[in-house]
Design a protein around this ligand. Sequence first.
Ligand SMILES: Nc1ncnc2c1ncn2[C@@H]1O[C@H](COP(=O)(O)OP(=O)(O)O)[C@@H](O)[C@H]1O
Ligand SMILES: O=C(O)c1ccc[n+]([C@@H]2O[C@H](COP(=O)([O-])O)[C@@H](O)[C@H]2O)c1
Length: 203
Amino acid sequence: KMKFIIGIGGVTNGGKTTLTNRLLQTLPNCCVVHQDDFFKKPNQIEVGEDGFRQWDVITALDMEAMVNTVKGWQENPVKFARSHGVSLSPETMESESEQKGVHILIVEGFLIYNYKPLIDIYDKCFYISIPYEECKRRRSTRTYTVPDPPGLFDGHVWPMYLKHRKEMENNCNILEYLDGMTSSEDIYNEVSESIQNALLNRL
Ligand SMILES: Nc1ncnc2c1ncn2[C@@H]1O[C@H](COP(=O)(O)OP(=O)(O)O)[C@@H](O)[C@H]1O
Ligand SMILES: O=C(O)c1ccc[n+]([C@@H]2O[C@H](COP(=O)([O-])O)[C@@H](O)[C@H]2O)c1
């Protein structure tokens, strides 16, 4: 059975979750792993010299657990789907014995291309970005499990984003860049078409 992994990376508040949810509704047999689910507890997040808890670094996340979750899907996507409440299409169920059908995993998050064990797993790598002003505006309307203290965006979030983005580009993934300023409908259509083409090439 064919397995296909899609990375949806990009800046905080770029629209990764919005796009991911839309794809989940339309792609067959599609599961998701959200990087945000692997943040460590606040008391395990180190405080930097700047006084801010360092949320926007890879060590703020339990990446080992995230990799194991992805491996769990790779080893048995049917079991993974079932245990995560994803219903499989009848066609996939019937063809289980026949090596047909496709299983798709979306890996979504702000640092999914900055961790070695995950870099080579993707069949498609998307990257959403938006400009500083829009990012700051959208972020100010969002409340995380731990709300941003004043100054976090300029003092930590944005500088870390720039640093990681540079690092990621050096890792030279074959990234497809998406403009997060366009409508979510346009972004969805662009990504959807790209995925369909890749799937057709693989069948
Ligand atoms: N294409 C878009 N255009 C305008 N606003 C968007 C778009 N996509 C998402 N948003 C908004 O931006 C905010 C962050 O979106 P979200 O999908 O949660 O981003 P992320 O998962 O990258 O942090 C939300 O308020 C969402 O409604
Ligand atoms: O999810 C959490 O528990 C959490 C707690 C504190 C901060 N965050 C922020 O989550 C951001 C990444 O998620 P996202 O959806 O904005 O890409 C990152 O910029 C962190 O600063 C997230």
